[in-house]
Ligand binder design. Structure first.
Ligand code: BT5
Length: 280
């Protein structure tokens, strides 16, 4: 049943059709996408979702845009968001959890995004802690999670997910070409953004349900499988410090655990992994 729905969707959905009707049709999820806000363009889907959540938007509402005028990365960086090509999605969640566990949801979103890409394109991306998805060493997707808390409890979290789908290298500024790619660049053909979005909604819902029902360890193990960082030697730029060490894993708060050369253990809560090397 689902299969036939999907294949008929594939036929009617040209790879460039990204209409609200196509996006809203055939959505099979119960929580994620219970309400879908579709825009031709916004400053940032995260800013829009944050506004909606602050005004009472419910868990599972999502914001999707064809184009972002001021797509945001972390730490004030920007996210290249041309029209007609990629996915820019923000999901409102209201998990009953304390603030300190919130970064686990970044790992959960990374796993859901990696599974989506694998399912639709057959490409298995590598997750680079905390929020990058790489193919052949280049970034194909990025995550920006933002939240509002009250008295140590999460009020809402916005999962912001950007996937480079059909962007061609000609659209990517020259300076960014060595570090950015898209699924189309890797596959050599276009894929349907609508189909990718529906799969993303299913995967986020599946991972989020697992998360809520206490299967956090499973989500962490899936993250480790997709990241393949365990055992590698990395340098992490974290605030004003550069920390070197061998990756031991991620802890139950989503922090990266490193074994420093002196044998001590370091817990890194935020930062950029600037160098990854496999040791023999
Ligand atoms: C991220 O930041 O990777 C988070 C990206 C999140 C984007 C989504 S789209 C939907 C939602 N709404 C938003 O406004 N944002 C989210 P960061 O780790 O700081 O990486 C940013 C850096 O990646 C930039 O400084 C560039 O070097 C590079 N970059 C920018 N745009 C890119 C793109 N489209 N593809 C690959 N790399 C890009």
């Amino acid at each position: 049943m689902i299969r036939s729905k999907r294949s008929s969707k594939r036929e009617m959905d040209s790879t460039t059709t990204f209409s609200p009707e196509a996006i809203k049709a055939y959505a099979e999820t119960q929580i994620i996408g219970k309400k879908i806000h579709v825009f031709d363009q916004v400053d940032s889907t995260n800013s829009e979702a944050y506004r909606i959540a602050r005004e009472g938007g419910e868990e599972g509402e999502i914001v999707v845009a064809d184009c972002q005028l001021r797509g945001r990365g972390r730490l004030g960086r920007s996210w290249l968001s041309p029209p007609g090509a990629n996915l820019y999605v923000s999901v409102i969640l209201r998990p009953p959890m304390v603030l300190t566990n919130a970064s686990l949801l970044t790992l959960m979103a990374a796993v859901a995004t990696a599974k989506t890409i694998k399912q639709i394109s057959g490409i298995r991306p590598l997750i680079k802690w905390p929020n990058d998805l790489l193919v052949h060493g280049k970034k194909v997707a990025g995550l920006l999670n933002e939240m509002k808390a009250r008295a140590g409890q999460v009020d809402f979290i916005i999962l912001g997910i950007g996937i480079n789908v059909n962007m061609t290298s000609g659209t990517i500024p020259e300076g960014m070409r060595p570090i950015a790619t898209s699924l189309r660049e890797e596959l050599g053909y276009e894929i349907s953004r609508v189909e990718l979005l529906h799969e993303l909604m299913r995967e986020v819902e599946g991972e989020y349900r697992a998360f809520l029902t206490g299967e956090r360890e499973r989500v962490l193990r899936e993250w480790e499988e997709f990241s393949q960082m365990v055992g590698t030697v990395v340098e992490v730029k974290s605030f004003d410090e550069v920390i070197r060490g061998r990756v031991k894993g991620v802890d139950s708060h989503g922090s990266l655990i490193l074994l420093a050369p002196d044998g001590s253990e370091r817990t890194v809560i935020a930062g950029d992994v600037s160098h990854v090397r496999k040791l023999p």
